[in-house]
Design a protein around this ligand. Structure first.
Ligand code: ASP
Ligand code: MG
Length: 325
């Protein structure tokens, strides 16, 4: 069996038409000869809405019941997608975390994986079915439903890729991949074809969490590559893997920004960034544009700059133009 894991995020499942689209992409891979495991998040903002709903009952729901509630968004996606597949003449089955064999500890709302027993998934794949797994859910040894932390469907997908021996885990969302900077802030931002696990973790530390961090460390540990793709278009995305860069000259790979009170923090990630020529370029860019650097720190892998909040986006664009070719 050539197994393919395809995970879709909430923004790609926010209405029935999008759910049908995701199902269709799974069916297309099945037609190519893959045994497909489709892992789904809850539609749109549903997890937040469920949380708000619980708050309207009580400000302090018991952790067990909160997980029982929050997990329902993913159950809904899985059932609807399996229905869509069956309605289109494909053979599919929806599976809860428990049915998919995802055993966790009892740390409700942020449970850790203990063991995966994919017997049922394998049996369904062997019958020629597309297995549609509800992400984010697990079950503890008492069969109570647990959840894997926000963004936890990523972890479901990566863990299944590992136990089913798929080398790549495909993660579909409303963005095409990882960019040199946030494309909403920098119009010339470029999509990166390959990004290392460590770079993804460094981005998260600097305020840009691209994927659930637990899922990224799990993938790194088990050597599962993550292919980030757009749910809506074709084309290549960003591959996250074990890439090391051995270039001799300094290289800025990407930028992360965040607002901190009245200040704007810009982080440059890359290699050999503590070299004099880099510092000179950063300061020249600031000077030329009249931006005052409140703080600047230079390490080989990262530069952190703090400037006035109002200058943040323009400074980011200036730096991007200076360092990204
Ligand atoms: N629906 C959950 C969340 O929003 C899990 C996920 O989307 O991966 O955090
Ligand atoms: Mg979600």
């Amino acid at each position: 069996m050539k197994i393919k894991i395809m995970k879709f995020g909430g923004t790609s499942l926010s209405d029935p038409e999008k759910i049908r689209l995701a199902a269709g992409r799974a069916a297309a891979e099945k037609k190519k000869g893959f045994s497909v495991v489709l892992v789904l998040s809850a539609p749109g903002r549903m997890t937040d809405e469920l949380f708000e709903l619980a708050q309207r009952i009580t400000p302090k729901p018991t952790p067990r019941e909160l997980d029982a509630l929050l997990s329902t968004g993913e159950s809904l996606s899985a059932a609807l997608a399996a229905m869509a597949l069956e309605a289109a003449g494909h053979s599919a089955v929806s599976l809860s975390g428990a049915q998919a064999g995802i055993l966790t500890d009892s740390a409700f709302s942020n449970a850790s994986l203990l063991k995966l027993n994919p017997k049922r998934i394998i049996a369904e794949l062997k019958k020629g079915k597309i297995a549609v797994v509800a992400g984010f859910q697990g079950v503890n040894s008492s069969l109570d439903i647990t959840t894997l932390g926000r963004g936890g469907s990523d972890l479901t997908a990566v863990a299944l890729a590992n136990v089913l021996k798929a080398k790549v885990c495909e993660l579909y969302s409303d963005v095409k991949g990882i960019y040199t900077a946030n494309p909403a802030l920098v119009s010339s931002a470029q999509k990166l074809a390959r990004v290392s696990y460590d770079e993804v973790m460094a981005l998260a530390e600097a305020g840009t969490e691209v994927r659930q961090l637990r899922a990224v460390s799990y993938a790194k540990k088990h050597k599962i590559s993550l292919m980030l793709r757009s749910s809506f278009g074709g084309g290549s995305g960003t591959l996250i893997g074990d890439f090391t860069r051995a270039g001799k000259s300094p290289e800025v790979r990407c930028f992360s920004t965040r607002k901190i009170g009245n200040y704007s923090e810009i982080t440059l990630l890359g290699s050999k960034l503590n070299r004099g020529e880099i510092k000179t370029s950063v300061r020249r860019t600031a000077l030329m544009n009249g931006y005052l650097l409140k703080k600047e720190t230079y390490a080989p892998g990262r530069i952190t700059l703090i400037t006035d909040r109002s200058a943040g986006t323009r400074f980011l664009n200036g730096l991007h133009a200076a360092f990204i070719r």
